[in-house]
Design a protein around this ligand. Structure first.
Ligand code: ATP
Ligand code: MG
Length: 774
């Protein structure tokens, strides 16, 4: 037996060595599912299976690349080259470029991102004269997306009285018309949206048995990671492709199913045994990732869910330290705690930045964390949120490039036809759109023929339109002989975009110009990388494909050392030595929008399970008492999930004799009975007074005896200077020089009111304020 198999335990070896036929591995976090998938591919290849015949579907392209590297290390890099590996979207985009012409799509079809889809839907709503307050474009886009993921075509929609009725009841009877219009317009623009990549693949495989057979024969072995989060459309593609040889291997964990809001369907796991005959079922139980404390704590949480496949997860790893819970008065303080803690671990435990991750429920929570990390000079990278490629100036440049590849691309054209300004106004554009719809052609085609149609456009404007057409065509000519970098540099200069931002001269304008330069650098790197790959040329089409399908994690080249900030959804499958889960508060996590039914709450709980099981050595859970949300300071209540962790695995770091009030949630045993029913209610009572006074001296003593370190507030690195008095001159790191005008409170609660030279008066909590007495 080859030696690499010995890097697996017996339970892992079984699915790796499983002979042909369907198999499924269901197992908890960190038990080696992804490792099994990787080793199974390597094993197949070592057994002589041609890599050309293997298809592996992963959650991110980055995961696919890492797997490829691992496999290349085991079996050799030339062998691994032919593997088709990647996300569903990137793999099937590749397939559609080859065979999508059968459905009437050009090989160079554009991939519309969500922003493009939303803009198109928004203009359709406007063109149809509908009320945009009723027909909200984001909602409509969501609904159309969910139709597509359930394979409900326009025709199927119209034939389904329930769906039609639903929209009529929601006062949106024209939804079907918008849907139809949207599909037509995408098609005419030679564009597919993300959902089309799956929907059209299904259509292709169903309507063209010869195409289906071709790919069934090619992909004799199909492997899917994170199977619990596949949606219906993905499920059908896999099922169709695997139908002939039935060599399908799926791995997943029902306890980590967290995408039901995007149509993921857990029944895909539950029905696997019904879908295929003689399924090999495997379980893995040993977790290799985390300390025993983390594994046990995670088990205690997920055990609260009713709907789950029963499974055991244990670890032979050390106990490790307890999961640390920290409460802060505000979100700014929470950020500061996280930054200080990372700083301390870096120093004490010789850790690098890349070994830390901060996870949150929603993207907007990153701001306070970022502020604190910046102040501490800790480098970080944010994943998710508005990506680089979605910034306006970047999208503008990319739109020119998209036009070069596919001039029918309507969304690209509308962005740049008058940017930089060239005197083509809104009325002209409206006329072009109407004509394009009327003649059933693209806008660009209408512009090419502007002399032949009477649109009541004056001759000056006509000339401008013709100039635009000529310019795009000249780029197309250039594209035939140059690589992506030379072309993009030419486009950025020739169109005047660079100059536009330079002229602007404001810091924003300069920032935008720098971003465009950054884009050009990125294209240069890309071109150089592509030239090393067989068959790739480094042209702009390849670059645009890469951009369109890059998930946020893909841009992580791992070459610089930064703390990772991301939502929990994005962290699935990843691991970090230190993990901070911030914002452990009711209404935030669990999310206020997901607490009304048991199944929604269970999905939030699975999300918490995913978050906690990312940690290898140490997990921190933090919450605040007050948080800015929607521009208002609100009272926050600790998350019910904090209560749900078996308390033997947690340690409360929060100073109970600190300057803020104590809420007896975690150490309820020490402080006597707490009304837990209130905390467990599915809908928390808002505004209920949650405060019990500070612990008395006996309670404090008891507490100190049990956990003496609790009295030592973490994050409080500033000793209060005994020389500080009213009238003292002080220097503050951020506010500068000032004079103390008043002092109040005592101990950790001591505050100073300071009049700063810059003119503002501020009240500062001394144990946090960085003050130097002058
Ligand atoms: P998740 O559910 O989070 O996706 P997973 O089940 O896919 O987790 P892996 O990521 O494959 O788990 O494995 C978790 C960690 O444990 C990885 O660092 C992996 O390399 C390591 N690991 C798994 N099995 C073994 C083993 N037999 N020996 C040593 N390390 C292992
Ligand atoms: Mg995994």
């Amino acid at each position: 037996m080859s030696s690499f198999i010995d890097e697996l335990n017996d339970a892992q070896k079984a699915p790796v060595l499983h002979k042909d036929g369907p198999l499924m591995v269901i197992a908890g976090a960190g038990s080696g599912k992804t490792r099994v998938l990787t080793y199974r591919i390597a094993h197949l290849m070592a057994q002589g299976v041609d890599s050309f015949n293997i298809l592996a579907l992963t959650f991110t392209n980055k995961a696919a690349r890492e797997m490829k590297v691992r496999i290349a290390n085991i079996v050799g890099s030339t062998e691994a080259k032919n593997l088709w590996m990647g996300t569903f979207h990137s793999v099937f985009a590749k397939l559609l470029r080859i065979d999508g012409n059968k459905l009437g799509y050009p090989a160079n079809f554009t991939i519309y991102d969500t922003q493009d889809s939303q803009r198109l839907i928004s203009s359709i709503i406007k063109e149809m004269g509908l009320d945009k307050d009723i027909y909200k474009y984001k909602q409509i886009q969501n609904r159309i997306s969910s139709f597509k993921n359930s394979l409900i075509t326009v025709k199927a929609y119209r034939n389904d009285p329930d769906l039609v009725e639903q929209d009529a009841m929601a006062k949106k009877p024209r939804t079907g018309d918008i849907y139809e219009n949207y599909v037509d317009r995408c098609f005419k623009a030679g564009a597919m949206d993300f959902d089309d990549l799956l929907l059209r693949t299904n259509e292709l495989l169903t309507r063209y048995p010869d195409v289906l057979m071709k790919y069934q024969n090619r992909f004799r072995y199909i492997l899917v990671d994170e199977y619990q989060d596949t949606n219906h459309s993905q499920y059908l593609i896999v099922k169709a492709l695997a139908d002939r040889f039935q060599n399908i291997c799926v791995v997943g964990d029902d306890a980590q199913s967290i995408y039901s809001f995007r149509g993921a369907n857990i029944s895909n796991i539950l029905n696997f045994q019904k879908d295929y005959d003689n399924v090999g079922m495997y379980r893995l139980e040993q977790n290799y990732r985390s300390t025993r404390n983390i594994v046990n704590a995670a088990n205690s949480i997920i055990g609260k869910n009713k709907n789950q496949i029963e499974k055991v997860v244990w670890t032979a790893n050390d106990d490790g330290s307890a999961i640390k819970i920290h409460r802060s008065p505000t979100d700014a303080e929470e950020g500061r705690f996280v930054a200080n803690s990372i700083w301390e671990h870096r120093m004490q435990d010789q850790m690098s930045n890349g070994q830390f991750a901060v996870l949150y429920r929603t993207n907007s929570q990153s701001r306070s964390i970022e502020d604190a990390l910046r102040k501490r000079d800790i480098p970080y990278r944010i994943y998710g949120g508005l990506s680089f490629y979605q910034r306006k100036e970047i999208k503008d440049v990319l739109s020119y490039l998209r036009m070069v590849i596919n001039p029918k691309d309507e969304e690209a054209l509308k962005r740049i036809i008058n940017f930089p300004a060239r005197g083509i106004g809104g009325t002209t554009i409206d006329k072009l759109v109407v004509a394009a719809n009327h003649y059933n052609r693209s806008i660009f085609e209408v512009m090419e023929n502007i002399d032949k149609i009477d649109l009541k456009i004056n001759s000056g404007t006509k000339r401008k339109l013709q100039d635009f057409v000529t310019m795009i065509k000249s780029f197309q000519v250039m594209n035939e002989t140059t690589d992506a970098f030379a072309l993009s540099e030419h486009v950025a200069k020739k169109t005047g975009i660079l100059l536009e931002f330079k002229k602007d001269g404001t810091p924003e304008g300069i920032g935008k110009m720098e971003n465009i330069e950054e884009l050009l650098n990125g294209i240069k790197d890309f071109v150089e990388g592509q030239k090393e790959i067989d068959g790739a040329t480094g042209n702009i089409g390849e670059f645009l494909e890469d951009v369109a399908l890059a998930t946020d994690l893909d841009k992580d080249t791992g070459d610089d050392d930064r703390v990772a900030l991301m939502t929990i959804h994005l962290a699935k499958g990843l691991e970090f030595p230190y993990v901070y889960i911030v914002g452990m508060e009711e209404d935030l996590f669990p999310s206020g929008m997901s607490m009304s039914t048991r199944s929604e709450l269970e999905e939030e709980r699975r999300l918490f399970y995913v978050a906690l099981t990312r940690a290898e050595k140490q997990a921190y859970l933090t919450y605040t008492q007050n948080r800015y949300r929607w521009g208002k300071l609100i009272d926050a209540e600790p998350s019910r999930f904090l209560e749900e962790i078996d308390e033997q695995y947690v340690e409360n770091l929060t100073p109970v004799d600190g300057g803020y009030r104590y809420k007896p949630l975690i150490n309820a045993d020490i402080f006597g009975e707490v009304d837990k029913t209130r905390l467990r209610q599915e809908k928390p009572v808002r505004g209920a007074p949650p405060i019990v006074g500070q612990p008395n001296s006996i309670q404090l003593k008891k507490l100190r005896k049990i956990k003496p370190q609790l009295a030592e507030p973490v994050g409080n690195t500033n000793a209060i200077d005994p020389n500080l008095a009213v009238g003292s001159l002080v220097n503050h790191t951020r506010f500068g020089r000032g004079k103390v005008v008043q002092l109040e409170g005592s101990g950790n609660d001591r505050k100073a009111e300071i009049m700063f030279d810059k003119g503002d008066i501020k009240k500062l909590l001394l144990r946090f304020a960085k003050l130097e007495v002058l």
